[in-house]
Design a protein. Structure first.
Lengths: 196, 209, 117
């Protein structure tokens, strides 16, 4: 999906992550503002700096001048809240992995913009479910062309992540992009049902 | 007011902690921006009202209550939560790809975003502060039972705790189990038992009185 | 003087139908949220610029001595102010002056609020 703002989000995220520590605010929480700008029906430019300075000079600090919101602003906000932004798509090639397959997560150097948490790197998991294709954050940060990949919900046993002393029989599930996964067994065709 | 550095270094360590001082500061910003035409008189109020009252946990509660009373809806919800929520007029921003994780007799789900604070806005409104905290994000994936216990929820060892780390574009919420002794409650009464905390998975639905 | 009169906003009280805790703990939090979203929607500030500053604020807290309590919305407020200043839209001195005036109004109203007029 050719989306200028999404490119910018990840470019900026990637730039910051090379300077700042790993992973802070990098996810759909900020799609809110992405969608707001993308769907903004109100054509308004940035306020003229000279006009601001002029009003400052003339304004009474105690006064609050009534201001009229631009036409359509409230409808635009209502529209984006109601409809959202759909980022999913299908790909020409099928999912590489299927539900029930055992996989291993890759180990990634921290210099890449990636959405694989460090606790989940280099661990064995089972694919729970195939999910839609989405823009790959790693690629979008570098290449505005916006490479998309299939995603998966995978499951780790707590013991695998935290050691035999912890976790008991509990589990952690994670959504990952296809390139984060390495096959550990040959794919078994037709013998597993996809989990809902 | 405390001094705030205006250089590139961060400033939030220099802010006062008292809510009334922070409120005055926020009001000052809003007033000045209104004077300069950058905000309308009710721009801010309408935005907040939309997220606080029109998009709230009540949406998620309605979905759960419907699933409890209507097995066919429950099946549709588990197959395609986005479409099922859409049947109830729920969706839109942050709800474009929803999945409901159904608790079972022996399985309990809890949701987190360790990378940041991904959250199903369309179903649950604005995430609570603790959900976005570094403590919750780091601890619930590593020691979920301890975190749940701090929320007052202790599960038997025979129940598997599944932590869902929302790391891509799908947004999750929990479909809790219907509480006992609720056979005579209608859908609206059932929805009233469903809190935001139980849709995240740190609590169970309330018991009927 | 109650804050909801000043703001003329729906007070974040907790009627039974809200089904759980509040989205915002304090009115100032919802206010800074709404201001930020309003400005981004207008295009006066860019969300990615605001986001970058918020990431810096949070990173600084997470990497620092953590001697102040975690306050997500304080980081948000700091990021908003830094962005407004960077864009020459508002400076900290005028914000502080205006805020001081508002606090003076509170104090004045409270001290005179019980008098007969």
């Amino acid at each position: 999906m050719a989306n200028g703002f999404l490119r910018n989000i990840d470019e900026n995220r990637y730039a910051k992550e090379r300077l700042a520590p790993e992973a802070l605010i990098r996810c759909g929480y900020w799609e809110l503002w992405l969608a707001a700008l993308e769907m903004n029906l109100v054509e308004n430019g940035v306020l003229e700096l000279a006009a601001i300075r002029e009003r400052e000079r003339r304004a009474d600090p105690g006064a609050t001048a009534p201001a009229v919101a631009p036409d359509g602003l409230h409808d635009a906000i209502g529209g984006l809240i109601a409809h959202g932004v759909d980022m999913a798509s299908q790909l020409s090639e099928p999912h590489r992995f299927g539900a029930g397959e055992r996989v291993r997560t890759r180990v990634s150097n921290n210099r890449r913009h990636t959405r694989l948490p460090s606790y989940a790197m280099g661990r064995e998991a089972v694919v729970v479910s195939r999910l839609p294709a989405f823009p790959l954050p790693d690629a979008v940060a570098h290449d505005p062309g916006g490479q998309r990949e299939w995603t998966y919900r995978i499951r780790f046993e707590a013991e695998e992540l935290w050691g035999q002393d912890k976790g008991g029989s509990d589990a952690v599930m994670l959504d990952v992009f296809e390139s984060y996964l390495i096959a550990t067994t040959p794919a078994v065709a037709g013998s597993v049902e996809e989990a809902p | 007011m405390t001094d705030i550095r205006s250089d590139a270094s961060t400033a939030s360590g220099n802010y006062p902690a008292a809510p009334e001082q922070l409120l005055a500061r926020a009001q000052a910003i809003e007033a000045l921006l209104k004077e300069r035409g950058a905000l309308g008189d009710d721009t801010v109020a309408r935005i907040v009202a939309a997220y606080e009252s029109d998009i709230g946990p009540l949406h998620g509660a309605r979905v759960v209550a419907r699933a409890w009373v209507d097995p066919a809806f429950r099946q549709r919800l588990l197959t395609d939560a986005t479409a099922a929520c859409g049947e109830l007029g729920i969706g839109g921003l942050m709800g474009e790809h929803l999945v409901a994780l159904a608790d079972e007799d022996d399985a309990h789900h809890v949701i987190v975003c360790t990378l940041c604070s991904c959250y199903p806005w369309a179903v649950l409104g604005i995430p609570p502060g603790w959900y976005k905290s570094p403590e919750y994000r780091a601890r619930v994936v590593a020691e979920p039972r301890a975190v749940l216990a701090e929320f007052g929820l202790t599960l038997p060892a025979s129940t598997e705790v599944r932590v869902m780390d929302t790391s891509a574009d799908v947004r999750y919420f929990v479909l809790p189990r219907r509480p006992a002794d609720t056979e005579d409650l209608d859908e609206a009464a059932l929805a009233a038992l469903v809190t935001r905390d139980c849709l995240i998975g740190v609590a169970l639905p309330k018991s009927p009185r | 003087m109650s804050t909801d009169k000043l703001l003329d906003m729906p007070e974040p009280s907790a009627p039974p139908r809200r089904n759980g805790e509040l989205a915002f703990d304090e009115p100032w939090q919802s206010l800074v949220f709404g201001i930020t979203l309003g400005l981004c929607d207008r295009g006066d500030i860019r969300f990615e610029d605001f986001q970058r500053r918020l990431v810096e604020e949070i990173a600084a807290w997470e990497n620092g001595p953590r001697d102040s309590e975690w306050s997500y919305w304080t980081h948000w407020l700091a990021a908003l102010e830094r962005e407004l200043e960077a864009r020459d839209m508002l400076g900290r001195h005028e914000i502080e002056a205006k805020a001081a005036g508002i606090l003076d109004d509170y104090a004045h109203a409270e001290s005179h609020g019980t008098h007969e007029h």
